[in-house]
Design a protein around this ligand. Structure first.
Ligand code: ADP
Ligand code: MG
Length: 392
């Protein structure tokens, strides 16, 4: 563990309970946690009804919660200096919450919309999922809260229902038009596994993914850049995919196979064709990666990661110089495969790296960024970890 990793280690659940008691005056009913996630492969395939392969990581949001007899809601995070935010269930509507409280309140609202009898509550949040690094710190909060409320109310929701409730919270309460990937990884992930998710029927299957026995580590390189055209870029990529599906006469690009691409080239304009080719080949790479992980294991998937990055850089055009530098430098110094992960135009890259090469890759990336005059990246390892659960 590096000193940075140590600094981010989660406090024990008992410590969070003690802190809760100190802040709110009595012990919590329990402590629940949910992890952030990294998408191993399958980018911009979700809204094309295709495949994604994220995994839950060993960074979690924890919530200590006590149900109350009245409709008061008191929320406190160990991060930031907002202090206790007090509100009431009676005024819980989209547009009423500010800052980080949107996430827990959004989940409470979405559960009430489903008819779950959510009580007033006191809640203390502590998370070691880095914020805004593309690891879904916001979904980690939502998934910890939905898991806690499912237990506390005895609502008996299945994982699929909790996925949909947190999606509703994000879309309609927080106002972020996100899909189901992040929650599915956080709620359904398992140690030593990735979550193979079919975004058409929302079925999830666990696929073995263990880095350590293969002598590998998965490095996340957070470039800390966010290019201003990210929102417009996302919307225009989605529009290209919709156009492609329409011209090719399919419901979604999920229905186009690699073998159909030659014909598609004759029907689509040059740019739309390249956008389509990314989605079609990326879906295929997810399926191949799942096969490889079930067979030869993680040391066999390097080429898939590399090809995914090339496709996003050249066909989908959502990479940026910082991400390309992170990927190229990692590969040049021993990573067996690397790709940008997430929506693009900034954010993080992942590099699957032999343990022996980890320090060399870290040092080379730091140096390359300094030489290029870029902001210093954050580099840390993640491993495939357990999904959401009660811990105390
Ligand atoms: P990401 O989910 O990729 O990390 P988002 O912008 O979706 O990025 O979510 C980040 C937001 O989540 C922060 O702005 C903050 O409101 C909230 N958040 C995450 N972690 C915490 C925390 N420990 N305490 C309070 N708020 C948090
Ligand atoms: Mg988020």
């Amino acid at each position: 563990m590096t000193s940075q990793d140590q600094a981010m280690a989660a406090p024990a659940a008992q410590d969070l309970s003690a802190r809760f008691e100190h802040e709110f005056g009595s012990a919590p009913d329990g402590v629940w946690q949910a992890p952030g996630r990294v998408n191993l492969i399958g980018e911009h395939t979700d809204y094309n009804e295709g495949f994604v392969l994220p995994f839950a990581i060993d960074r979690t949001a924890r919530v200590a919660v006590a149900a109350r007899a009245d409709s008061t809601v008191r929320l406190l995070s160990t991060y930031g200096d907002q202090g206790v935010v007090s509100t009431t269930l009676d005024t819980l509507q989209p547009g009423t919450a500010k800052g980080w409280t949107k996430y827990p309140l959004g989940v409470m609202w979405a559960l009430r919309e489903r008819g779950v009898a959510v009580p007033g509550l006191d809640l203390l949040l502590d998370s070691n999922v880095p914020l805004g690094a593309g690891l879904s710190s916001s979904h980690a909060i939502e998934c910890a809260v939905v898991t806690a409320l499912n237990d506390l109310t005895g609502a008996g929701l299945a994982a699929e229902d909790m996925v949909l409730a947190t999606q509703r919270a994000e879309n309609d309460f927080v106002g972020a038009p996100t899909g189901i990937m992040d929650q599915s990884a956080s709620l359904r992930g398992a140690k030593g596994h990735a979550v193979f998710l079919d975004c058409r029927d929302q079925k999830a299957n666990l696929v073995p993914f263990e880095t350590e026995p293969a002598g590998l580590v998965l490095l996340v390189i957070d470039t800390k850049v966010s290019h201003s055209h990210a929102d417009g870029g996302y919307a225009s990529r989605r529009a290209s995919c919709e156009l492609g599906a329409e011209v090719l006469g399919v419901k979604a690009l999920r229905d186009v196979g690699v073998a159909d691409l030659e014909e598609a080239a004759g029907l689509l304009d040059e740019v739309t064709f390249r956008r389509v080719r990314h989605v079609v080949t990326e879906n295929d790479r997810v399926l191949q990666t799942v096969e490889l992980l079930g067979g030869a294991g993680p040391s066999a998937i390097g080429q898939m990661l590399d090809a995914s990055h090339a496709s996003m850089r050249d066909d989908f055009e959502i990479s940026c110089p910082e991400l390309d530098l992170a990927v190229d430098t990692s590969r040049a110094h021993g990573a067996i495969g690397a790709r940008m992960t997430g929506g693009g135009f900034g954010g993080a890259a992942i590099a699957l790296t032999p343990v022996d090469a980890e320090q060399a890759v870290r040092a080379a990336v730091v140096k390359a960024f300094a030489d290029a005059g870029y902001r210093a990246p954050d580099i840390f390892t993640v491993s495939p970890a357990a999904g959401a659960m009660r811990v105390a």
